[in-house]
Design a protein around this ligand. Structure first.
Ligand SMILES: NC(=O)c1ccc[n+]([C@@H]2O[C@H](COP(=O)([O-])OP(=O)(O)OC[C@H]3O[C@@H](n4cnc5c(N)ncnc54)[C@H](O)[C@@H]3O)[C@@H](O)[C@H]2O)c1
Length: 446
């Protein structure tokens, strides 16, 4: 096989940027294409617009060497392989919104020569049937379309790029060896490492992605529902999770009770899967319940806080954690932001903190520009220092699963707060340690 010279990666968000930088590190010549001019400019200067551990270093290492970014689709003419990594957010009905994807496909159509062979690889999470639709749109072109869903976890995305647990590849026709060979060549590094490759048809690959996310989300909703009962009957959900998790058939991952899942994937993918069932006239009983439990969980936790204080008007809270999980700046569907909104709507004053600087910056921007400071008055402050955040508050609310909170100086914190009350929405604190300093501790289901 000829050596693949240039790879184009369309979309430079969490998935596309990691894919582009990762392929550059593997020795390919990569062009990252994005419609966001500001992002492209920053990336070409080696500035990373999002936070992922190790990403900026790799970007700086390769940018303007074997990695460049542009807003132009022209470079795809010279690429045999084009990865599509654009966003597929939720539309108003809960379906996956494929506007970005189809607009990128239109641009590919306008740019490439009908006779030039290309492999178009869809990494974006797309409903069953999308790869087929894309091929249909390109039926007059000499292209193969490959489904290659992405499974990276934000927060450890660079690690995940180099150490995937599996690579799923869906093809139109498994007798057509050409695109299979090309994909195996691009992913040779992983093949040599012994990472399992699942070579299948388009529909199976597409559905595998949704099945994986929905299953993990269901595990979370299961333990969260159980936590409500545990809370009431004074059992300890953390001990229950631990004991359950020791059973290898169950496993301990995604079994921590809390205030629900957020992020750019689980909420929208669960909803999009529900829609795919409904569009096929099947009632998705279990997956619908997963979604409902998740939506209710944050409300249940908020009620717990409200019941304790009676009236939240004028009370000040330190919200520890802003992003949807640790070590990311991603605020999409963050439970912390949902909780902050509920507190603000009830007249509380919120002081927010996250260890990730970009998460704090994103939160500042969110409230300043998107939600309008005028609307909420001046009741939200995002602070750079945890001790500043807890100063004079009526309560501390933990919203992100940072183990680091346990290593903070709780004696100092106990002297700074107005009232020694903690609502641990992630069951991450060691209550015995905190209680020693006079705090009243509330967890989720414990
Ligand atoms: N973020 C994750 O952890 C994750 C994990 C697995 C799969 N996914 C899936 O991967 C896809 C991308 O997710 P993301 O989080 O990287 O999204 P993102 O919003 O961070 O990035 C998408 C990028 O695409 C760009 N874009 C939009 N339309 C474009 C076009 N026509 N041409 C070029 N660029 C365009 C946007 O400007 C943006 O930079 C989604 O389908 C998502 O569900 C995400």
């Amino acid at each position: 096989m000829n050596k693949i010279k240039k790879i184009s990666v369309i979309g430079s968000g969490y998935v596309g940027l990691i894919q582009g930088v990762g392929l550059a590190e593997l020795g390919f010549e990569v062009v990252g294409i994005d419609i966001d001019e500001t992002k492209v400019k920053a990336l070409n200067k080696g500035e990373c617009p999002l936070y992922e551990e190790g990403l900026e270093e790799l970007l700086k290492k390769h940018v303007n060497k074997n990695l460049v970014f542009t807003t132009s689709y022209e470079p795809i003419k010279e690429s045999e392989i084009i990865f599509l990594c654009v966003g597929t957010p939720q539309d108003k009905d809960g379906n996956a919104d494929l506007r970005f994807l189809f607009s990128a496909v239109e641009k590919i159509k306008e740019t490439i020569d009908k006779n030039d062979y290309k492999v178009i690889v869809i990494k974006s999470t797309v409903p069953v049937g999308t790869n087929r639709k894309v091929k249909e749109l390109l039926k007059d072109y000499n292209v193969d379309v490959v489904s290659n869903p992405e499974f990276l976890r934000e927060g450890i995305a660079v690690y995940d790029f180099f150490n995937p647990e599996r690579i799923v590849l869906g093809f139109e026709n498994l007798d057509n060896k050409k695109p299979i060979e090309i994909m195996k060549h691009v992913y040779k590094y992983f093949d040599e490492k012994g990472i399992p490759f699942i070579i299948t048809n388009w529909e199976t690959a597409e559905l595998t992605k949704y099945a994986s996310n929905a299953f993990l989300a269901t595990k979370i909703s299961f333990i969260n529902e159980l936590a409500k009962l545990s809370d009431k009957v004074k059992a300890d959900i953390k001990t229950i999770s631990y004991a359950m998790g020791l059973d290898k058939r169950i496993g301990n991952k995604f079994l921590n009770a809390g205030i629900g899942y957020g992020g750019s994937c689980f909420p929208k993918d669960v909803k999009a899967l529900i829609k795919q069932f409904e569009n096929n006239d099947i009632e998705p009983i279990l997956i619908k319940a997963t979604d409902i439990v998740n939506e209710e969980q944050i409300k249940w936790f908020f009620e717990k806080i409200k019941n304790y204080y009676g009236n939240l008007n004028g009370k000040t809270f330190a919200v520890l954690g802003l992003a949807f999980k640790p070590n990311t700046d991603d605020l999409r569907e963050s439970r912390a932001i949902k909780l902050i909104d509920m507190l603000l709507e009830n007249g509380a004053i919120v002081k927010g903190f996250d260890y990730v600087k970009k998460a704090r910056k994103n939160a500042t921007n969110l409230y300043k520009f998107d939600k309008s400071m005028a609307f909420y008055g001046y009741n939200i402050y995002i602070l750079d220092d945890l001790y500043e955040t807890v100063k004079d508050v009526d309560g501390i609310i933990v919203t992100v699963e940072y183990n680091e909170f346990n290593n903070e100086n709780w004696e100092k914190i106990s002297n700074l707060v107005k009232r020694k009350v903690i609502f641990d929405g992630r069951n991450i604190l060691v209550p015995e340690k905190i209680k020693k300093f006079g705090f009243t501790y509330f967890g989720v289901g414990r």
